[in-house]
Design a protein. Sequence first.
Length: 325
Amino acid sequence: MKAIVATELGRGPRGLQYLDVAEPVAGKGEIVVAVRAAGVNFADSLMLAGRYQTRQPLPFSPGLEVAGTVESVGPGVTAFVPGDRVLAIPAFGGYAEKVAVSAERAVAIPADMDFVTAAGFPVAYGTSHLGLWHRARLRAGETLLVLGAAGGVGLTAVELGVLMGARVIAVAKGEAKLAVAKAQGAHHLIDAEVDDLKAAILATGGGVDVIYDPVGGALFEAGLKCANFEARALIIGFASGDVPQIAANRLLVKNVDVLGFWWGAYADKAPAVMADSFRTLIGWWQDGRLKPHVSDTRPLPLAAEALELVLERRSTGKVVITVGD
Ligand SMILES: NC(=O)c1ccc[n+]([C@@H]2O[C@H](COP(=O)([O-])OP(=O)(O)OC[C@H]3O[C@@H](n4cnc5c(N)ncnc54)[C@H](OP(=O)(O)O)[C@@H]3O)[C@@H](O)[C@H]2O)c1
């Protein structure tokens, strides 16, 4: 089969090669998914740099989310049979024609959910839903500040925040990205490059109760200065490359909680919580309450270009790699 392969670390998307590799075999408790689409994530670039939470031995294929059909099932798998349509979250290996993944990391998808939508669904919606609902416990009537609001995870935080009844302030770079956040229901739009971000946030009508931050750096610092009493800051990621340093005294005086959050950890540490979240999200999708936004697709041989779109901040919502016809 064909796959996109990294043979050394530190070369970014340009180091990726489109190669013939051995087909995966479903081990105990695993399924092999014939991949029809794979979601692209900023985290793929961290894995290629050797800076992700987990490290894969070389060579490996990146790719943390896929959609396709079950091709085969390993010993002990009862939840799926060949031919089932699924989305799945392998720990790596999604940029390929096939991937083996634990059956517990796969979810059946509705018959009318296309593979591109399904491939871009789990990381973005899963992260924002578990983050806002399970970790930050966002409540209706609260104010949610979303940084990187037109990105993969940020845009779903906007949409879910609105759905959960929050007043949502979206921060993104430039008018086109802000228009995308607006289309997902954001109530207030602020350009990330505004002179005084703190003043701009406060001018929307007061401080914030939850900060959703996939960006880090100066944006996070400005957001934290706008925290209300008992605000929660959800640490999602550091797309800016700048990991914020937080002065504990600022947390004390406003009774602020800072919440570290790695969604992927729930697949192993608390799978029931993740499954519950997926049930809710897929139900909302079936009810027409979610509008997944995929700005770009590229075929598998052009996976490097797909990842570059994300890293160069030229995408909105998700970028998805298509596999096969
Ligand atoms: N904790 C978790 O479980 C979890 C799950 C998924 C993702 N993440 C993390 O969340 C972050 C975003 O992931 P994503 O897949 O949503 O990425 P993405 O689609 O690229 O979104 C990131 C956003 O960050 C903003 N940004 C600001 N400075 C940037 C810079 N120097 N380079 C690139 N982007 C910059 C961009 O918005 P503007 O151009 O509008 O500024 C961009 O839209 C990553 O750090 C990722 O590792 C964490």
